[in-house]
Ligand binder design. Structure first.
Ligand SMILES: NC(=O)c1ccc[n+]([C@@H]2O[C@H](COP(=O)([O-])OP(=O)(O)OC[C@H]3O[C@@H](n4cnc5c(N)ncnc54)[C@H](OP(=O)(O)O)[C@@H]3O)[C@@H](O)[C@H]2O)c1
Length: 324
């Protein structure tokens, strides 16, 4: 609490899937609601410079989570928007924070910034060793520029901006809109509905051979808070659980947990995205004591349960996608 006492905290994207968990955990720590500012995109468009200047006024800490995000299909359809919106929001937010003499800026990047063929587990040193997987490159690179900005501002202005690279997130409160959902909510929705409607098969994207790592959203929020409290260096830090699962095994697991007994049809005309993904998570543990807690199977069960209880509200008009 000492770190947060009396601090004014701006959390851009604080009403989103990830941001709302960060806000919840800050409130649980005893931080007063009035000390947390959450700009909503309907009223304040952070692609505009004046909006960034307005929201950052009198803030001590900025946690920048606002972003336009999407899955493989969304990334393929809107690469221009994903590049522009994420670059412009981030660049202006960091610059506005610097001009306003904000004490600390926490910038949230993405695993999509890593080169397509990074050897697993991904260490932070590998971040610049190649071009990202094509479908998520505009998104990943736009966010990667914010790492360059953070490091340059630290060097030139002594501005305390840190940069975190969360892996794919999942958990209660995720976006289940099929037009833009991440792979886990997309599969949960498909299998739950297939079971309910007694369907004989479910269609899934790709070959199933790609691998992914997933981090429960509560763990990720705890990681952001720990880093905000304890980490003050220029080097980027992975935020993950250190697990790795193939999409085929993930599909089988979600099928089992939802109780669907039909077949899976793999649509191999759809892209797999990045071939392999799993993070070296040792830097986060060493630098600010972060270690993921939620076992994957248990986290999936909780997410499925949440979806069953909140089916109607789980589909948001706009939001994240089938994350790269
Ligand atoms: N989800 C993941 O798997 C994952 C993994 C790695 C990194 N991340 C990063 O984590 C952050 C949050 O992701 P998320 O999954 O929580 O996404 P999300 O649910 O879509 O939340 C993003 C938030 O950004 C805000 N936003 C978007 N455009 C804006 C604009 N022009 N002006 C102001 N606010 C705007 C939205 O605010 P409104 O609600 O007011 O519209 C929304 O709440 C992003 O930076 C993302 O890159 C996510």
């Amino acid at each position: 609490m000492t770190f947060w006492s009396d601090k004014k905290i701006l959390i851009t994207g604080g009403a989103g899937f990830f941001g709302s968990q960060v806000v919840n955990q800050l409130l649980e720590k005893g931080i007063l609601k009035e000390n947390i500012r959450i700009p909503r995109s309907k009223e304040i468009d952070l692609r505009k410079w004046e909006s960034c200047v307005q929201v950052v006024k009198d803030c001590d800490i900025v946690i920048h989570l606002a972003a336009k995000v999407g899955g493989i299909g969304f990334n393929q359809n809107f690469p221009g928007q994903l590049f522009y919106d994420n670059a412009i929001m981030g660049i202006q937010m960091i610059e506005a924070a610097r001009q306003e003499n904000v004490e600390k800026c926490v910038v949230v990047g993405t695993i999509c910034a890593y080169p397509k063929f990074t050897p697993v587990p991904f260490t932070e040193e590998n971040l610049w060793n190649g071009y990202p997987e094509e479908t998520n490159a505009p998104y990943g690179l736009a966010k990667k520029m914010l790492l360059v900005q953070s490091q340059a501002y630290r060097q030139e202005y002594g501005f305390n901006s840190i940069y975190l690279l969360p892996v794919n997130l999942y958990g209660p409160g995720d976006n289940f809109d099929p037009a833009s959902s991440h792979v886990i909510p997309a599969l949960i929705k498909k299998f739950t509905e297939a079971k309910r409607d007694n369907k004989s098969y479910v269609e899934v994207w790709g070959t199933g051979s790609a691998s992914r790592e997933f981090l429960y959203v509560d763990d990720a929020a705890r990681g952001i808070i720990l880093a905000t409290e304890h980490y003050n260096k220029p080097d980027p830090v992975n935020l993950g659980s250190g697990m790795e699962i193939t999409i085929r095994d993930l599909v089988n697991l979600i099928q089992e947990l939802t109780g669907f007994v039909g077949e899976n049809h793999w649509d191999t005309s759809k892209p797999d995205g990045q071939p392999k993904r799993s993070l070296d998570v040792s830097r986060a543990q060493k630098e600010f004591g972060f270690k993921a807690k939620m076992p994957f199977r248990e986290g999936l069960k909780q997410t499925i349960e949440w979806y069953k209880q909140h089916t109607a509200e789980a589909i948001q008009p706009q939001g994240s996608g089938n994350h790269c």
